[in-house]
Ligand binder design. Sequence first.
Ligand code: SF4
Length: 331
Amino acid sequence: MRQLLTIGKYFKDKFGEKVYKIPISISGFTCPNIDGTVAKGGCTFCENESFSPNLTDKSKFKLNLKSNENPYLEKQLLQLEYQFKYTKERLENKFGAKKFIVYFQSFTNTYAPLDTLKALYEKALSFENVIGLSIGTRTDCITDETLNYLEKLSKRALPNYLLSPTHSYKNYEIWVEYGIQSIFDETLEKINRGHDFANVKEWINKTKQKDLLVCGHLIFGLPNENQEMMLQTVTESINLKIDSIKFHPLYVTKNTLLAIDYQKGNFRPISENLYIDTLIKSIKMLPANISISRVTAGIGNDSLIDPLWCNDKHQQMKKIKSALFKENLFY
Ligand code: SF4
């Protein structure tokens, strides 16, 4: 039986104990694929304010990307602090958690003036017991300037109290999480992604040249894609030398462009069997140094339209683990 390198195992091996990611959602951040900079409406599967006015940030402010001035920064920093402290306390009380990564998760977290990003990232790294950052973004929303800055952060030494006598890590852990989704431009166009695969390649390569850690997000079951295409996306992602990977099935939720396509009969979601089979084949292709950050996703509320097997992540995990077990793989 081979133990797979999950992201949890990666952190435990490197830091000697479990590291907890704390997800953060900052008001004012949006996405160039929603605000009209590269497209409108967002990716077809994304539930956003184009369809759900109630998702619009209640504070109604948006960052002005053309200006370095940010009148909302104080508010954003407070939000970051509040969200971090709330989750940290919960994790400490429940699991005795001692090390954390601040995960800028919602929307596009490099889509802001660099001074704003610096203020937020510095604040996040200043919190007690934080050993790094994970920044979710798009490959068309990163710049050389931002990468240079992140490279400097990744070379910054951790405070002494976070070091270990038994493990040799020294610096902050800086991850950039990019949506790859598919290597096929016709698919990216179909889901209104707003960029092509050449852009993904260019910026992942640049990120890796800065020695930053990259996690790639892939979606199985995209419109008109068969298993061969999905596996080609996995192969190309491996060739990009990403450090970690997230697999995700495409499901249809209410208030999305995909829901309209689905209702017109123009989109059929992936079956559970095909998803699991593609996933197992993909995991078997991964080199031992690529950690697995996620093997599926579920949505347990009534916004899910189809496929209904996506509403029970617990059941999915059971089936995935048992399929892996048959291949002598332990997750
Ligand atoms: S890039 Fe992310 S936030 Fe932007 S439209 Fe696509 S899914 Fe939504």
